[in-house]
Design a protein around this ligand. Sequence first.
Ligand SMILES: NC(=O)c1ccc[n+]([C@@H]2O[C@H](COP(=O)([O-])OP(=O)(O)OC[C@H]3O[C@@H](n4cnc5c(N)ncnc54)[C@H](OP(=O)(O)O)[C@@H]3O)[C@@H](O)[C@H]2O)c1
Length: 255
Amino acid sequence: MLAAPLDGRVTVIAGAGNGMGRAAALLFGQAGAEVALVARTKARLEATAAQIADTTGRAPLVLAADLVDPEAAGSVTEAVLARWGRLDAVLVNAGTSGYFDLDLPATPREVEDEMIDLNRRTAVNTARATLPALGERSGSLILVAAAPKTLLWPNTMYAATKSAVLGLTTGLAREWWPRVRVNSISPGSIRRVRVAGHIAPIEGPLDRGGRMDDVMHFGGEPADIAHAALFLAGPASSWITGVDLPVDGGAHLRW
Ligand SMILES: NC(=O)c1ccc[n+]([C@@H]2O[C@H](COP(=O)([O-])OP(=O)(O)OC[C@H]3O[C@@H](n4cnc5c(N)ncnc54)[C@H](OP(=O)(O)O)[C@@H]3O)[C@@H](O)[C@H]2O)c1
């Protein structure tokens, strides 16, 4: 791989405030990219931006936006084009893992709406807002779905909205070929553990020798997803479109 595979390219990371989005933003910056950081919480984006500026000498664009709102998504593209005049790659990491052990009859309408908003609408809105600009640059759009095992956990609305992301990936790859490559990443369990029906970050180092069938206690690092995103954003994947890349430590082999 080139030392700076994104040198001179302009990128958007949607959901860049923490976790794997933040890791991808740092990696894209180190790989030579200009980076626009998007999420709802400005303070977390500014912390990521400061770290990128420190390590690369280039100032990221910080854009506080709720991507559930199509107009806010549109304003992200406008701001990026106003600053750099081009857009080469977009990672749509914004989303939620939500609640577990919620079968459909037990799922309140608010949770259903939250899943649809954060996992499906953010992806649709960001794609719709950025694809025309990406199409001018033979760009790359990367969505974030979820590993098959995650989809089998008893949270049907989560599974339904992440399955929609997989459908969006193949549909958009057909729609936009050959102007934009569209792929998705399906992370396995990343630094999360089940706590009273919800999920929370795992503190301390992860045990990569953990049991594969106990995926709630076996996880990847945000950087694992960031490296996959870097590959899909850059020239090394220029002949790849319409695929979903599982980054899950092999958990998909068990299900
Ligand atoms: N963690 C895992 O084990 C795992 C496994 C499989 C798939 N995934 C998927 O990977 C993605 C990231 O997960 P994560 O664990 O890194 O989540 P996270 O730590 O909660 O980060 C999500 C990011 O998205 C932003 N975001 C959420 N809603 C948004 C909205 N409406 N508009 C703009 N930004 C928004 C959040 O910032 P604000 O809240 O400030 O907006 C945050 O920066 C999600 O799509 C998740 O479903 C995660």
